[in-house]
Design a protein around this ligand. Structure first.
Ligand code: M6R
Length: 621
């Protein structure tokens, strides 16, 4: 999704903007651009279609653009094809070639852009691009001139008229040395230190330069000068904010010797999982117990919750699918799992004593954020399981459980998914313990087992070469099916997504018992069917479904725990994982499936970290 970086200080802006944008490359984009200003000279704009290196070449790595104040953008096309003319920054002028009176970059979507464009056309504006951003920039310019007001009033009037989501960053010809921003529902942070200020849509863009950041809230604006920032509400009144120190290690967002971020992040899972467990498990070495006081749950609140609605997108939704089985079994609370994009519009009937739990790595996914707001509008208690500190979902939820995955760069999630699973086990165990559905002995035994999961993940990773060999054998497959029952179905969903999103091989996950209700007609000679069999009580049922596929020509891979060697009578290739408590098995079973997706993508020569058409953080609906 689009990325924004802005800088104002004593250094040359363009190289800093390019460096910041390069840290956002993982978000996915199709064009990029810069607007830079040297003192009170005219604002200069340069754009390029394609990868950021095209823009770097065009500007001699930024050295050809002189000036200490500038804004930059990587675009992921929504309105209008990927092209140089549609790339940001956009200008208030008739032609993209004229030096702008107002130059702006924007993340998000202006829903009523056509109506606003028609209005501006009537007022004599002309448009050179197909973008909603050009409309937003021209609307700012229109109010600025019509009412002869300052930038804050012009932005506020624009915000009142615009429907949709935006992180808007603009420079005005009349205000040299200043950058102005406005935000609604699209992430944006501001970093300030001695003599310089930064704005970015993602903290990783500026982590190398600044540690103290401010979160700009919804319907708020800011004015940045070198080393200073002022915030305003929609009425134009100045508001005060506290800065937050970012503790993420800048190194954590580098590849650290791995060929791809995804492989690095797969290998970071033992640590990420251990850190997340130890963030709430006290006295881990003696009598471990879970302390959720930091999340804000009292025993009374936990006892009072009647129903849990888990709402999320993509892999986070798959975590919800697994959490449903674990929560219902351990805490005996009814759980519904819903796609955020459906939940937000289906006018859900929510039990007032229920709780909506939103799971999100980024904490900025537009549909998940909207679902959270829908729950709040219904007066329902909300919990967020989030990785990015200070993200919108984290700030708006009543309770926050932070996963400690650290920055996740690869588009395909791995370590964030794993830590979300851990967070949901811990919540389910604690809820079960407090509600009396999980006894002392089981609670302690399970916690001790949970503490072994990081080592078991490391053990699986140490045997990854077999999966590389297997992936190369099936790299030209057209279809792959993942099947399992119960928790194995939940992990199959994630295995299938990992495969399709980075290898572009069509794959589907099915609850194994459902195959014969239609999908089995797709099974033919040598189609790969991967059976996940970690749940002892469902093992034989899934084996039967695998046999049904084999009878129709399928090639079978079995994924099960050590000891189930009889699977080799059925499967053509078997991957074993260490034994664990069945509630936690998804945490181990997913590792070979992540590796399989990774190695298949690698064997096909694809861009593992930045798969086509995808973005890391989906901030538009
Ligand atoms: O940031 P979020 O966890 O809210 O993102 C949700 C999905 O967009 C995300 O999990 C997506 O499905 C990943 N590409 C999966 O690898």
């Amino acid at each position: 999704m689009c990325g924004i970086v802005g800088y104002i200080g004593e250094k040359q802006a363009a190289p800093i903007l390019l460096d910041g944008l390069s840290r956002l490359e993982y978000r996915g984009y199709d064009s990029a651009g810069l607007a830079v200003r040297d003192g009170d000279k005219e604002i200069e704009v340069v754009k390029a279609k394609g990868r950021l290196r095209k823009l770097a070449e065009k500007t001699d790595d930024g050295k050809a653009m002189i000036g200490c104040c500038g804004i930059g953008h990587t675009r992921w096309a929504t309105h209008g094809e990927p092209s140089e003319i549609n790339a940001h920054p956009h200008s208030s002028e008739r032609s993209v070639l004229d030096a702008p009176g107002v130059a702006g970059v924007h993340n998000g979507i202006i829903e009523n852009y056509q109506e606003l464009k028609d209005k501006l056309l009537r007022k004599g504006y002309t448009f050179y691009s197909q973008t909603d951003t050009e409309v937003a920039v021209k609307l700012v310019d229109y109010y600025y001139h019509k009412y002869q007001v300052g930038p804050i009033d012009a932005l506020a009037k624009t915000m009142v008229r615009v429907r949709g989501s935006y992180a808007l960053t603009v420079m005005f010809r009349d205000y040299p040395g200043e950058i102005w921003v406005a935000r609604k529902d699209s992430p944006m942070i501001i970093g300030v230190q001695e003599g310089e200020s930064f704005v970015a849509s993602d903290v990783s863009a500026i982590l190398n330069y600044v540690r103290n950041v401010y979160y700009i809230g919804n319907m708020e604006m800011a004015r940045l000068t070198a080393g200073d920032v002022h915030f305003y509400n929609i009425d134009g009144d100045e508001i005060q904010k506290e800065s937050v120190e970012i503790k993420w290690d800048a190194q954590a967002a580098e590849k650290g010797g791995y060929e791809h971020f995804m492989m690095k992040e797969i290998h970071e899972q033992p640590k990420a999982v251990a850190d997340t467990i130890r963030s709430v498990v006290k006295d881990a070495d003696e009598t471990p117990h879970i302390d959720l006081s930091g999340v804000g749950f009292t025993d009374e609140v936990i006892r009072d919750i009647s129903q849990i609605y888990i709402v999320a997108c993509g892999s986070a939704w798959h975590v919800g699918m697994a959490a449903q089985y674990v929560f219902e079994d351990l805490a005996r609370i009814p759980v519904r799992v819903e796609l955020a994009s459906e939940f937000r519009y289906r006018k859900p009937l929510l039990d007032p004593k229920g709780m909506v739990a939103v799971i999100s790595q980024s904490g900025e996914t537009a549909d998940s954020l909207a679902a959270l707001r829908e729950a709040k509008a219904n007066g329902i208690r909300t919990l967020a399981i989030v990785n990015v500190v200070g993200s919108s979902i984290a700030r708006e939820a009543d309770h926050v459980f932070y996963t400690l995955a650290g920055p996740e760069i690869a588009v395909a999630t791995t370590k964030a998914y794993s830590t979300q699973l851990i967070a949901s086990y811990l919540l389910a165990m604690h809820f079960g313990y407090v509600r009396g559905t999980l006894g002392d002995e089981s609670y302690t035994r399970m916690l001790k087992e949970l503490l072994t999961i990081p080592d078991k993940i490391s053990q699986i990773l140490s045997e990854k070469e077999r999966l590389q060999w297997f992936a190369s054998k099936f790299a030209n497959a057209h279809d792959i099916f993942f099947i399992g029952r119960g928790l194995d179905y939940a992990v199959s969903l994630e295995g299938s997504l990992k495969m399709k999103e980075i290898s572009y091989i069509h794959s589907e996950a099915y609850a194994a018992g459902e195959l014969k209700h239609g999908t089995i007609s797709l099974i033919e000679d040598n189609i790969l069917v991967i059976g996940v069999l970690t749940q002892d009580d469902l093992y034989e049922k899934t084996v039967s479904n695998m046999v049904e596929c084999k009878a129709r020509g399928a090639y079978l891979m079995g994924l099960t725990s050590y000891g189930h060697y009889v699977i080799e009578d059925t499967a053509d290739f078997t991957v074993y994982i260490p034994k664990t408590d069945p509630h936690f098995a998804a945490s181990l079973a997913v590792i070979p499936l992540q590796l399989l997706g990774y190695y298949t993508s690698l064997a096909r020569g694809l861009d593992v970290d930045k798969p086509r058409n995808l973005a890391k953080s989906v901030t538009v609906e």
